[in-house]
Design a protein around this ligand. Structure first.
Ligand SMILES: Cc1cc2nc3c(=O)[nH]c(=O)nc-3n(C[C@H](O)[C@H](O)[C@H](O)COP(=O)(O)OP(=O)(O)OC[C@H]3O[C@@H](n4cnc5c(N)ncnc54)[C@H](O)[C@@H]3O)c2cc1C
Length: 569
């Protein structure tokens, strides 16, 4: 099949992947009048009907815990993710069907969901903009290549995606954490308000704000027209939200894309490779394998957007090697697959917060608070560059304390009814530096569709480890400052990858010799190939990245449509 030339293009653009970034590419290209084919390797998912959010927590099989044998057999990697459980199991890939390899001493947890909507259905919905200092950091300290864009290039596109997606948050005027187009914030609990006041008094450089998240607190007419409604504070989000109250491809971008009449979605279709024509020096289409029948087919378009997620996109590029690009498509720089980064997570601390016994909260707020980066800004870092932020939250340790405790009878039940003391947790997110030997390559083994599986080598560097130490020390210190007791510091020994913020395998840059993509996310080597998922990131900041993928995708789609109209690609 790969030797055959592709048929005449029927579509202007193919978008590979229907997750967080693919949904945006489809919407923005479709709205600009382009005929778009979205190709998704996973199954179709019906928004609402296929969710488990109407199932009550007490109806969850095994209290939400997946049978150990099944975990060992099918979900030995995916089960490491906090959101994995019986009500959500179907969102995660079976590791037994989707293998990858790592060196024995350098494990990497590749957390995935292969279905329509990708991980936009399972994500934690925390949304923070990168700042000018994040985009200038590589140029300043020399780690990683200089981003070919700055905050001014992204700001209007952040506005654009936030207005459509619906981001709740509080404006703070912080240089390191730019404000956005916010819906009303979700209120802090009384304990969080107390902590905020104490923090401001003791550490005026550490600024705490309401968590910024992609939930509708006051839907706009545009959001309501898509059938989306206000967040119900149920905190069952990873099951999918029938209210469309949080942003996902299925609640927002794909319906908007389909409403244009220009977008076609093909599911169960694994893109094996991008087809490249050396004469025109353009990508002409993709080769696809039907995941159910193994039948192969070719689909053609005038341009290709790769949105298969950071590692999935690297896999496709590497597997698209040809005579013109022997080490992988668009890989003259040898940067494809390299510079893999994640955020350092699993760090921080939890403790019992004193007092406030006569206060409670209403509902289950699916959000918390955020302490913006302060290290290597107003406060120095202890022997490292870049910095970190914290997400945090509070809760009263009510009946959930009983989960896992053995017992029966009246006394046991009565104990479950006590609301218990307040707990506060602080969870650090640290910026990992890009290094060339943290990389994705193709292994010798093939998966059940005959596609070479990926080999992932990724480890933390000295800078990363020094930062992690201080993330834990600061978290403990801040909880102590607030008078917390029974403080437990998180062990910080998790695999890289469990931040589920993998990025960097086809980075943007100014120089084609050291980067894969230019400032419009267009491959330096292949002008009609665009990559706008996390693969494009030249560095990560410490902010959760998906909002940036959305803004970058919308921006790139705008320019790509212009280039196509002007006959430039
Ligand atoms: C539990 C959890 C919590 C998270 N919390 C947050 C958070 O709070 N904030 C945040 O910013 N991010 C968060 N994330 C990360 C966020 O989900 C990802 O950053 C985001 O989904 C990445 O978007 P994407 O388009 O690159 O990939 P995805 O959303 O994963 O979509 C990729 C799509 O491509 C498809 N695909 C892959 N390979 C192929 C192929 N060969 N052919 C065809 N289709 C293919 C996949 O099936 C998938 O549908 C979280 C993730 C998880 C799992």
């Amino acid at each position: 099949m790969t030797g055959k030339s592709a048929p005449e293009p029927v579509f202007d653009a193919i978008v590979v992947g229907s997750g967080m970034s693919g949904g945006w590419a489809a919407k923005e290209l479709g709205e600009r009048g382009l005929k778009v084919l979205v190709i998704e390797r996973g199954r179709h998912v019906e928004h609402g009907a296929d969710y488990t959010d109407t199932q009550n927590p007490w109806e969850d099989q095994n209290w939400g815990r997946v049978n150990e044998d099944e975990v060992a057999r099918d979900y030995f990697v995916q089960s490491r993710c906090y959101a994995f459980g019986t009500p959500t199991k179907h969102w995660w890939v079976k590791d037994s069907d989707h293998p990858y390899t790592t060196p024995d001493d350098r494990h990497f947890s590749w957390i995935r969901g292969y279905h329509l909507g990708g991980r936009s259905l399972m994500w934690g919905r925390q949304t923070y903009r990168l700042s000018e200092m994040d985009l200038a950091a590589n140029a300043k300290d020399g780690h990683g290549v200089d981003w070919p864009i700055r905050y001014g290039d992204l700001a209007p596109w952040y506005d654009h995606v936030e207005t459509f997606a619906g981001i709740s948050g509080q404006a703070e005027g912080l240089e390191q954490l730019p404000d956005g187009k916010f819906l009303p914030p979700m209120e802090l609990t009384s304990v969080e308000k107390d902590f905020k006041a104490k923090l401001a008094a003791k550490y005026p450089t550490r600024r705490m704000t309401n968590g910024r998240c992609a939930h509708l607190t006051k839907p706009t007419e545009e959001q309501q027209a898509l059938g989306r409604t206000q967040c119900q504070y149920r905190s069952m989000c990873e099951r999918g939200c029938s209210f469309g109250a949080y942003f996902s491809s299925l609640s927002a971008t794909l319906p908007a894309a389909l409403a244009t009449g220009n977008v076609t979605v093909l599911t169960d279709a694994i893109v094996e490779r991008v087809i490249y024509d050396p004469k025109s020096r353009r990508a002409t289409g993709v080769r696809v394998i039907d995941q159910n029948t193994n039948a192969g087919s070719i689909h053609s378009a005038r341009m290709i957007f790769l949105n298969a997620s950071t590692i999935g996109t690297a896999q496709i590029l590497l597997n698209s090697a040809s005579e013109a690009f022997p080490t992988g498509l668009a890989n003259r720089s040898d940067a494809v697959g390299r510079y893999l980064i994640d955020h350092m997570t699993g760090l921080g601390a939890i403790g019992t917060y004193p007092g406030f016994d006569d206060f409670y909260y209403r509902g289950r707020r699916p959000n918390g608070f955020y302490i913006a980066r302060y290290r290597n800004l107003a406060e120095p870092g202890d022997g490292y560059i870049r910095g970190y932020a914290y997400q945090g939250g509070t809760f009263r340790n009510a009946w959930r304390r009983g989960v896992g405790e053995a017992g029966v009878g009246t006394e046991f039940k009565a104990k479950r009814r006590e609301v218990g003391p307040w707990s506060m947790w602080l969870s650090g997110f640290g910026e990992m530096l890009p290094r060339p030997d943290n990389r994705v390559t193709l292994g010798k083994q093939r998966d059940k569709w005959g596609i070479p599986i990926v080999h992932i080598e990724c480890s933390l560097g000295d800078n990363d480890r020094r930062m992690m130490k201080q993330i834990n020390a600061d978290a403990k210190e801040m909880l102590e400052m607030a008078g917390c007791t029974d403080i437990v510091v998180y062990p910080g020994d998790r695999n890289v990858g469990l931040g589920v913020h993998e990025m960097g395998t086809a980075r943007m840059g100014r120089d084609p010799a050291t980067s894969v993509l230019n400032g419009f996310n267009q491959a330096h080597d292949v002008p009609n190939l665009f990559i706008t998922d996390g693969a494009c990131m030249a560095s990560s900041g410490c902010q959760n990245p998906s909002l940036t993928y959305m803004a970058i995708t919308a921006r790139a789609a705008h320019h790509a449509a212009e280039f196509l109209r002007e006959g430039k690609i």
